[in-house]
Design a protein around this ligand. Structure first.
Ligand SMILES: Cc1cc2nc3c(=O)[nH]c(=O)nc-3n(C[C@H](O)[C@H](O)[C@H](O)COP(=O)(O)O)c2cc1C
Length: 347
């Protein structure tokens, strides 16, 4: 099972920091890449659109300086493109990624033939997120370089399938790069993702409560304090099913922190059908679904607030240990346990 060449020798953990609307900003991406995991952000977070190129240059400069100072390699970064009719920035944002030769482009929603062509043109790779076999097959037909399986419990627009089911089914017909997401929040879960057959873990919610993330303190605290029962799965916010915190503090109600257009701004205008579904779902929910803010079930680990004084909340160590165990597991002969840990980079 392959780790893409662009990541080989650059990762300390088999992890991609998932792009998050509003939350993922250059500070977070730079911290993730410096610590040896892929950092990603949605192009739409850079507003106005002219800011996108500035953000990419800022990230490239910071990572180049880090490499010069440390003599080591930073992990590559990724830009997320929402491939959807309502995204009127798509052409502009893809042009910027091509000009800046962004190493990894993560596409969401529609299978992205034109984006794949453009990114392959300069040697970049495209990873596409899917929630079903049908979507996975369509994406592969378009020539993507890897599949991100968004399974039950993931933050944002999530699927409903168990990762056990989806990874196993995808592996029946696809031996390329598989990235797994859905409530992966610690080293054990990264290890489990690999044991299940994925190459890399895709983690979003776990990074919201870090000092580098663009989220209010109250939102961060809620994520840490909430449990799985506090997360609801609804299409009422944006028209696409996703996981949201059931209850937010008053100042967060209505829109997420520093949102330029609320969660709806993410997908742009809603269609009549979507508005209808949204109203119906709100009625069913019996309360204002628009009061919810995004968070996956990864928030439900009962873990303490991360160490705010340390980059990425001091996240690295437990993950490193688990990845070490994962590497040992992969190298273990079937008959007896190996005791010698292998190096982590390159999976
Ligand atoms: C607050 C938030 C915002 C998100 N925004 C986006 C987005 O703009 N584009 C996207 O492709 N995925 C988005 N996602 C989904 C993540 O990229 C990823 O699939 C998810 O966070 C993985 O599940 P986890 O949160 O359980 O780790 C978002 C997730 C969260 C929690």
């Amino acid at each position: 099972m392959p780790i893409p060449a662009v990541m080989q020798g650059r990762l300390t953990l088999p992890v991609i920091g998932a792009p998050m609307f509003i939350v993922s900003v250059p500070d977070l991406v730079i911290a993730q890449c410096k610590s040896g995991i892929v950092g990603g952000f949605p192009a739409l977070n850079a507003r106005p659109k002219e800011l996108l190129e500035e953000w990419i240059i800022e990230i490239k400069v910071a990572l180049a300086e880090f490499e010069t100072a440390s003599g080591g390699k930073a992990a590559p970064f990724a830009v997320n493109q929402i491939v959807h009719g309502s995204n009127d920035r798509l052409e502009h944002d893809v042009d910027v990624c091509v000009r800046q030769r962004v190493p990894i482009v993560i596409t969401s929603l529609r299978p992205p033939a034109e984006v794949v062509r453009a990114v392959h043109g300069y040697g970049g790779i495209v990873l596409h997120d899917v929630i079903s076999i049908r979507h996975a097959e369509k994406a592969l037909e378009q020539g993507v370089d890897g599949l991100i399986l968004v399974c039950a419990g993931a933050g944002g627009h999530a699927g409903m399938l168990s990762p056990f089911a989806l990874v196993a089914e995808v592996r029946r017909f696809y031996q390329g790069t598989v990235i797994l997401s859905g409530a992966i929040a610690n080293g054990r879960a990264i290890l489990a993702a690999q044991a299940m057959g994925a190459d890399l873990a895709y983690m979003g919610t776990r990074f919201i409560a870090t000092r580098e993330a663009n989220a209010r303190e109250e939102y961060k605290r809620m994520l840490v304090e909430n449990a799985a029962k506090d997360i609801v799965y609804t299409s009422a916010i944006s028209g696409v099913h996703g996981n949201y915190l059931r209850q937010g503090p008053d100042e967060l109600r209505g829109r997420p922190p520093q949102s330029p257009g609320g969660l709806e701004g993410h997908l742009g205008r809603r269609t009549g059908a979507r508005q209808h579904c949204r109203r119906a779902e709100r009625r069913r929910a019996g309360r204002s679904a628009a009061r919810r803010i995004s968070g996956g079930r990864a928030s439900a680990g009962g873990h303490a607030l991360p160490d705010r004084g340390r980059p990425l909340g001091g996240y690295q160590l437990p993950g490193r240990l688990a990845a070490c165990r994962a590497a040992r597991m992969r190298s273990k002969p079937a008959s007896r346990a190996a005791t010698r840990p292998k190096t982590l980079s390159g999976g």
